[in-house]
Design a protein around this ligand. Sequence first.
Ligand SMILES: Cc1cc2nc3c(=O)[nH]c(=O)nc-3n(C[C@H](O)[C@H](O)[C@H](O)COP(=O)(O)O)c2cc1C
Length: 318
Amino acid sequence: MTDDAPLEPLLESAVRAPSSHNTQPWLFRPRPDGVDLLADRTRALPANDPADRELTISCGCALLNLRAAAAAEGAGTQVTLLPDGPEADRLAHVRLGGPPDAALAPLAAGIEGRRTHRARFADRPVTAAETDILRDEAAAEGAWLTPLTSAAAHGDAAALVAEGDAAQWADPAWRRELAQWMHPRRQGDGLSLPWLAVPVARMVVRTFDMGNGVAARDEALAEHSPLLAVLGTAGDTPADWLRAGQALERLLLAGVRAGLQASYLNQPVQVARLRPRLADLAGQPGHPQILLRLGHATDSLPAAPRRPLSDVTLAKGG
Ligand SMILES: Cc1cc2nc3c(=O)[nH]c(=O)nc-3n(C[C@H](O)[C@H](O)[C@H](O)COP(=O)(O)O)c2cc1C
């Protein structure tokens, strides 16, 4: 399990993880006993994510995929988070070996089929039993998932999303950054558009504050979500963000098994002044990390592109 060749399928699974703006901000360094996960901060989003919080969450998602894929291959994983301390780019060391995690192994089957589903979901509820499964999977990684079930909380969260959209779109730096990550599909990263549409779409996003239109669309999406839920953690350090990422991907993969897909309405977390209001709605001790919409997809989408493994794999370390 520690030769480079057997590592490859695990890394192929790891890079299928979601990441903000599809930046894929991860690097992997094979080690004699396993692999290191590193943050690639050249792919940071300073306007959208100034503390690299979402960057670290995205890396946590990749880590969970790696652990689940190893378990499905019959290998155990022992993870040390932040072995070099919180300032370092080395986010985790994964030692491969020992008994596989029986709870993680079945989740690997969802890695290929998970999608960020940005359209409306089918008019079909997410049941209480399904919600409990998602909550348990998040808890298994040390995070909490709180469904916003009351009509009042649902509506308040939708209004916060709209307020967040307005604030982000009013910021030219935020719009410039979004435009920079609009890429033709063949580039292998970013938010994919047909290549002919890229220059115009970028120009429009850079130039015009479309906050009102986006806010109205997102508010309606939030209001019509079968399930709206806040994922959070007790603390708000890089280790907590790695936990949040692992919890996020774990519940997303469990969702795929139950026929559910998800997408993100993170604006009330990204806009710092709105985060305490989302925390009040969640009513949990600690910090909201992700606001999720979940439901049954109405159509199957093509997978978003990924960079080749050769771009994210470093030379073997000692
Ligand atoms: C931490 C995090 C934050 C994200 N935030 C958003 C978001 O605010 N809006 C959105 O549409 N997608 C968001 N995404 C989803 C990514 O855009 C998506 O994962 C990426 O485009 C790859 O697509 P895929 O998830 O279908 O593989 C986020 C993903 C992560 C992990």
